[in-house]
Ligand binder design. Structure first.
Ligand SMILES: [Zn+2]
Length: 478
């Protein structure tokens, strides 16, 4: 049995780099997305051009709605589910100490953790996020609730318990070195698909997640590196933060370099975490490694990320909220590193990927713009991102960052059908703007302008359906 979803379709076809996303933009205003019983795409194109073999299929008509690939969020913090909009009375450190660390500790209570897991999965479904790379809780019972709930609902997640072997005395999340490794191994054994057959169909995967280099010791990095090496051929992921906060001396980057006595922050994740960037263990870099932020990487660090096939989770909303600056778009793209989008929820106060892409556009069109007119730079770093580049960053780039581009991320035939249906009638401003906006007589410009408005003006309320592998997901409320 084939099911055809009719609607206004946009996606990035093929496997382009971000710079070629505009040429790869596929647009079918009267589109058809046909899906077989196993949830795979058998046709995506104009309704009128559908093959005769699809006659007799079940048709679901999303009249007036947009159909986009499911959003992929490559950086989120599960234990911060109730932390967005938290006020710490100062900068990053005050925010962490006064709000975030104590909030994350609340998941020690199993009932609270169950509520958090339920709410987390509801939010992913309500916001069309079909895959999330998630910093997990330090508490195994909270991780079990999250994995169980994601499995029940049919959501894709990659998640791992946050490892901290250095933390304030009062932290409930800190463990010993031995305990940290034991708990990560147990999580992999329990929740990661360890055989090739299981990996082909799995929706939930495990990552190794040191919170960041300052929350662990060289000994922890060495032990986790050994563990990663043991499991990396079985598809285990790695993720952490990199080059987020550049405040002199007290900021994350200077502090990391001072504590580890390394030349570059990235060295600590690249096995070179001993003084003088000497090799002390195995590298975490590779095609299933995602580094959040990268707002202040050196050219050498970017080159190393690119050559190793690692990806960046770009988190513009969070970078604005925490005053971290922004990832330099042009320089990072030029280095050849894959850039996917991340909410960094709750450092970011926005869960809905189109709104994070909205912030991405604004961050980069304003990038490097000086305050005074006299100092307008000759090497202007600002860029007006094409709507196809935004769509790419929120969908296909995420699938690529997670080394699952062969499974989802766009509507190429043979892929698993992850998609989101957005219904303009659920938001008056959205509906009226998309209906009455100026339509440029040049078709391509009209197409691009429409996609731009579809992304920039979307709000979570317009999501009317979130599908993974062709199946509509249900929240706890049905
Ligand atoms: Zn983060």
């Amino acid at each position: 049995m084939i099911t055809i979803h009719k609607g206004h379709i946009f996606h990035i076809a093929g496997a382009p780099m971000v710079t070629a996303a505009a040429e790869a933009l596929a647009w079918f205003p009267n589109g058809a997305l046909a899906i077989d019983r196993s949830g795979r795409i058998v046709y995506c194109g104009n309704w009128a051009d559908r093959p005769a073999g699809l006659d007799g299929s079940q048709v679901i008509d999303h009249h007036g709605c947009y159909i986009l690939p499911g959003f992929v969020d490559t950086h989120m913090h599960f234990p911060q589910v109730f932390c967005a909009g938290a006020y710490g009375g100062g900068q990053l450190l005050e925010w962490l100490n006064n709000c975030v660390f104590p909030s994350e500790g609340l998941l020690a209570d199993p009932e609270y953790a169950r509520t958090a897991a339920n709410e987390w999965c509801d939010r992913m479904i309500n916001s069309g996020t079909t895959m999330g790379l998630i910093f997990g809780s330090a508490f195994p019972h909270a991780q079990d609730f999250l994995f169980e709930t994601a499995r029940e609902r049919g959501l894709r997640i990659v998640c791992g318990r946050g490892v901290e072997t250095i933390a304030p005395e009062w932290s409930k999340q800190r463990t010993t070195e031995e305990e940290a490794v034991r708990l990560v191994r147990a999580e992999i054994e329990k929740w990661h698909p360890l055989t090739p057959e299981a990996r082909k169909v799995a929706l939930q995967f495990v990552a190794i997640v040191p919170r960041f280099s300052l929350s662990v010791t060289p000994k922890t990095l060495a032990a986790l590196g050994d563990l990663y090496h043991e499991y990396r051929d079985r598809g285990v992921y790695f993720t952490s933060h990199l080059n987020e906060n550049a405040r002199p001396k007290t900021g994350e980057i200077d502090s990391t370099k001072a504590v580890y006595k390394v030349a570059a922050y990235l060295d600590t994740y690249d096995g070179k975490f001993l003084p003088g960037s000497q090799v002390g263990g195995k590298s975490f870099l590779g095609k299933r490694s995602v580094f959040a932020h990268c707002a202040h990487c050196t050219d050498k660090e970017l080159a190393r990320l690119a050559e190793s096939g690692s990806s960046i989770a770009h988190c513009p909303v969070s970078q604005l909220f925490l005053g971290s600056g922004t990832m330099p778009w042009r320089r990072t793209v030029a280095a050849g590193v894959n850039i996917a989008i991340g909410s960094d929820y709750g450092g970011g106060d926005e869960f809905f990927v189109p709104q994070i892409l909205n912030a991405c556009f604004k961050a980069h069109i304003s990038e490097g713009i000086p305050v005074g007119m006299d100092s307008y730079p000759s090497d202007d770093q600002s860029i007006s991102l094409h709507p196809a580049e935004l769509l790419f960053t929120g969908t296909l780039a995420g699938a690529r960052a997670l080394d699952q581009e062969d499974r989802f991320g766009n509507f190429d035939v043979g892929k698993e059908a992850d998609f989101v249906v957005m219904d303009p009638s659920k938001c008056n401003t959205y509906a009226m703007t998309l209906k009455h906006m100026y339509k440029n007589p040049v078709t391509k410009l009209a197409r691009d302008a429409q996609l731009f408005a579809v992304i920039m003006l979307a709000r979570e309320s317009v999501v009317s359906g979130t599908y993974v592998r062709g199946r509509k997901l249900k929240t706890s409320k049905g």
